[in-house]
Design a protein around this ligand. Structure first.
Ligand SMILES: NC(=O)c1ccc[n+]([C@@H]2O[C@H](COP(=O)([O-])OP(=O)(O)OC[C@H]3O[C@@H](n4cnc5c(N)ncnc54)[C@H](OP(=O)(O)O)[C@@H]3O)[C@@H](O)[C@H]2O)c1
Length: 355
């Protein structure tokens, strides 16, 4: 499939993040593309310093080779993503593929605080991408947890989520809903559906907005939405175990369990024995990247999941939790309290814990 990338020019946002770094590494290692533009809000020396923390020097040198990679000043919370007009014009003529990974991954911030970062920036990028002279593909990195509100749909613990766009009301008007979020920092749809975090709703609304923008212009065949589950350390490349610990939720959870002095946990669940019945789906970052590049090259459209699947899921009492418990100097948490089956309240609880 690598031949698809021959001569292509790719614009990547979030290239300094965990997923984006792995993506840039893999493209440069395998794909014969002609150039990568990285939208980045800090400067070249910051990026070099960041990558040097996690990657060997010779790999960083290749990833910053100006013949193959150009860093462009940009901040997705600013108008036109903070790009200079001269850069916008240059990108318009050159870019074939846009991969939008940049995003807040904060699960605590309220909707009003993350909406421009997640929804507004993607709307601008999508409209910009549709003006490119030679746009072939637009890839949006969403999350497998966009449709967590569907837990109402089944009494079972695991909810089946299809690779489709889910509307939140019978008469959807996504543009009006987005305007409401911009004006009020919330929406009727957000308030009437039970999302665990504003982040999940923001990603859900972004998927619907993208679908609307691309289908209204007859360009749905260019849109790919990737929904990874919990992204974990690499299986193979750049090297086994490669990760950015603060972007690896299970690493944070494991470290917090080992270090946090709490003796109890409150959880929102419908399982009688969540420790052994509930599961976490963690997928290695390099597996997510290869799925992204494969679906992109083969022309898959709409949403696709990048998850580990039933066979690879861990229970809460599985390996990493047991390891972190054994690392505790304090005794193990003595009890867990069931907190009802709705998500509401959980956000406040995480916030209180300093999430
Ligand atoms: N991590 C997970 O478990 C997980 C699971 C499912 C989906 N995802 C999705 O995967 C994508 C990548 O996440 P990740 O794990 O790689 O997170 P990450 O390591 O936190 O990377 C986020 C990236 O977004 C950039 N970014 C954030 N705000 C920005 C701004 N205002 N302007 C420009 N760039 C900005 C960051 O740039 P800086 O380096 O400057 O901060 C960084 O490059 C996101 O869309 C996320 O929602 C992640």
């Amino acid at each position: 499939m690598w031949e698809y990338y021959e001569g292509k020019v790719i614009l990547i946002t979030g290239g300094s993040g965990f997923l984006g770094t792995t993506l840039v590494y893999r493209i440069l290692q395998k794909a014969p593309c002609s150039h990568i533009f990285l939208l980045y809000r800090r400067n070249l020396s910051n990026l070099r310093e960041l990558w040097n923390q996690w990657l060997p020097e010779e790999i960083v040198l290749k990833m910053l080779d100006p013949k193959r990679v150009t860093i462009l000043d940009g901040d997705i919370t600013k108008p036109e993503c903070g790009l200079l007009v001269s850069n916008i014009n240059m990108l318009r003529d050159k870019v074939n593929i846009v991969v939008h990974c940049a995003s807040s991954i904060n699960l605590v911030h309220p909707l009003g605080r993350i909406s421009q970062n997640i929804i507004g920036a993607t709307e601008w990028l999508a409209n910009f991408a549709l003006q490119l002279t030679n746009l072939e593909r637009f890839v949006y990195v969403s999350t497998a947890y966009t449709n967590t509100h569907l837990f109402h749909a089944t009494p079972e613990g695991d909810v089946r989520v299809k690779e489709q766009i889910y509307q939140l009301s019978a008469t959807p008007n996504v543009q009006l809903e987005w305007s409401e979020v911009q004006k009020k920092g919330s929406s009727v749809e957000y308030q009437s559906n039970n999302f665990p975090w504003a982040y999940a709703y923001a990603k859900q609304l972004t998927e619907r907005l993208l679908y609307d923008i691309f289908s209204c212009t007859g360009s749905s065949h260019k849109l790919l939405i990737l929904r990874p589950s919990i992204i974990g350390p690499a299986q193979k490349y750049p090297y086994p175990g490669f990760s950015f610990p603060l972007s690896t939720p299970m690493t944070i959870f494991t470290a917090a369990t080992a270090l946090w002095p709490t003796l109890w946990a409150r959880i929102s669940t419908r399982y009688e024995r969540p420790e052994t019945e509930a599961t976490n789906d963690e997928v290695p970052v390099d597996v997510v990247v290869d799925r992204l590049l494969t679906h992109l090259a083969f022309g898959t459209t709409g949403p696709v999941h990048a998850v580990s699947g039933g066979h690879a899921r861990q229970t809460c009492k599985g390996l990493s939790f047991s390891l972190s418990l054994s690392a505790r100097r304090l005794i193990a948490p003595s009890k867990s309290t069931k907190y009802g089956t709705a998500w509401s309240g959980l956000e406040e609880e995480i916030s209180w814990l300093g999430g």
